[in-house]
Design a binder for this molecule. Structure first.
Ligand code: PLP
Length: 434
């Protein structure tokens, strides 16, 4: 394949006019495609319809006989026992180390930070919100809604680069060791959004052991994609809670998860896991906020999935729907961009996204051109705090929702735009040398 960075101006111009012709042909098709949505497609939801009607009107009791149609008992503030049993297995903690929440883990993350700002976390001497400044480390590219929570609470965000096995731990360790205002870090440790990276054991151990200037520092470990494998050789993630306990920092981590992309997004079950001290501290505060979560939905999920085997079987069905879509994206990226040196991407073993990097300074132009030709991609910059990608190069591809034929068209167009933006930049650079 042609390496554009090795071409002279004439060769680049010839390629550019060829690509512009292809671009114009796309434009004349008047496409109207949306590649922004990181959500399950209708086929994935259809194979889950049994979840809606798996409870009969006689089945509203937990194993211990509690009537889930009513409030309480207070002991179920943190979920019904069978849901705690099932989802503690999913997050690899004990049932005493988990709280089952409502329909959204993002909601739990938001509330966890809200409580920390108002009251502090277990062991805090001062509520975070009473301090002159609170900062969070944000490995980037990352999940825009994490960054939005920080922005909402006025928490200053510090970008940390992502490496192929997790965040740049040299940077993380030196920052948290020196700055007491750094109270937390966002992590999507498995099949990260958007790069699909799974943190290595070494990274997990460094997180568990690192010295933090803030005694009440917390890792926000959003394990949203913990069972979302796409291949038969899934990634493996070391258990952070146990690593923290081994390192003598048992209270360092809050783990989040949900069934949003296992069952129905927005109608699933969420969870937070942590040390027993953290969990008891949170439960006390939560008892003021709610009498308890939706027990019927928890019961429905337990009845439908039964056990971890049931969840794994469901995720295999999801993978059968999603893998051809991911493969289509990867095949077109390779065909169009392989060896060009104007585009680089990851090949994830799971999760919901593929991340594409353009030449520096070309992501915004690429996404704008694609939009002009009728295909909307996630806004360039969205994967960085404050919506500002310092190198303007990262684009998130969400292949799960659209039908495969739309994906093929959209990705081919995207690749054309990446090449046009890249070649334009290379020509400009060469012209400035002349
Ligand atoms: N965390 C990550 C990393 C996500 O990518 C998403 C959704 O895209 C969520 C959380 C949202 O989860 P929930 O629906 O449980 O709020």
């Amino acid at each position: 394949m042609k390496d554009y960075t090795k071409m002279n101006i004439l060769e680049l111009q010839a390629n550019l006019s060829n690509l512009q012709e292809r671009y114009n042909k796309f434009k004349s098709q008047r496409l109207n495609l949306d590649m922004q949505r990181g959500k399950p497609c209708p086929e994935q939801l259809d194979i889950l319809n049994g979840l809606i009607d798996c409870l009969s009107s006689e089945e509203y009791r937990t194993l211990d006989g509690t009537d889930c149609r009513n409030y309480g008992p207070p002991a179920f503030l943190d979920g019904i026992p069978e849901a705690k049993e099932l989802f503690s297995q999913m997050l690899e903690v004990s049932p005493k180390e988990i709280i089952i929440g409502g329909n959204s883990s993002l909601n739990l993350m938001h509330d966890t930070i809200a409580r920390a700002m108002l009251k502090g976390v277990f062991g805090s001497e001062v509520p975070w919100g009473k301090l002159p400044k609170v900062k969070f480390l944000c490995p980037s590219p990352g999940y825009d809604r994490h960054f939005a929570i920080c922005e909402f609470f006025g928490i200053e965000m510090i970008v940390v680069d992502m490496k192929c096995d997790g965040p740049d731990m040299d940077a993380v360790e030196s920052l948290v060791a020196e700055d007491e205002e750094i109270k937390g870090i966002w992590c999507v440790p498995m099949y990260s959004n958007p790069q699909g990276i799974t943190y290595s054991d070494k990274v997990v151990d460094r997180f568990a052991r690192m010295k933090t200037k803030a005694a009440d520092f917390r890792i926000f470990w959003d394990n949203a994609y913990c069972v979302h494998h796409l291949t038969d050789k899934p990634d493996r993630l070391k258990n952070i809670l146990y690593a923290c306990k081994d390192a003598g920092n048992p209270d360092r981590v809050f783990i989040f998860g949900s069934t949003s992309k296992i069952s129905f997004p927005g109608a699933g079950v969420s969870m937070i896991a942590a040390s027993e001290s953290n969990i008891n501290f949170i439960k006390k505060q939560m008892s003021v906020q709610t009498i308890g979560p939706d027990k019927i939905n928890q019961l429905r999920h337990v009845k439908y999935f039964k056990n971890m085997e049931g969840i794994r079987a469901q995720m295999k069905k999801n993978a059968a729907v999603l893998k051809p879509k991911f493969d289509a994206v990867l095949e077109i990226l390779e065909r169009e961009l392989g060896g060009t040196n104007v585009g680089w991407w990851n090949k994830p073993n799971g999760g919901y996204f593929i991340s594409l990097d353009t030449l520096d300074g070309c992501a915004k132009r690429t996404v704008a051109m694609a939009l002009e030709a009728g295909v909307a991609f996630t806004k360039a910059g969205a994967t960085y705090p404050y919506g500002k990608d310092p190198r303007d190069r990262n684009i998130r591809i969400a292949p799960t929702y659209p039908p495969i034929e739309e994906i093929r068209k959209a990705i081919e167009l995207l690749c054309i735009c990446v090449q046009i933006a890249g070649i334009e930049k290379l020509i400009k650079e060469k012209e400035s040398y002349v």
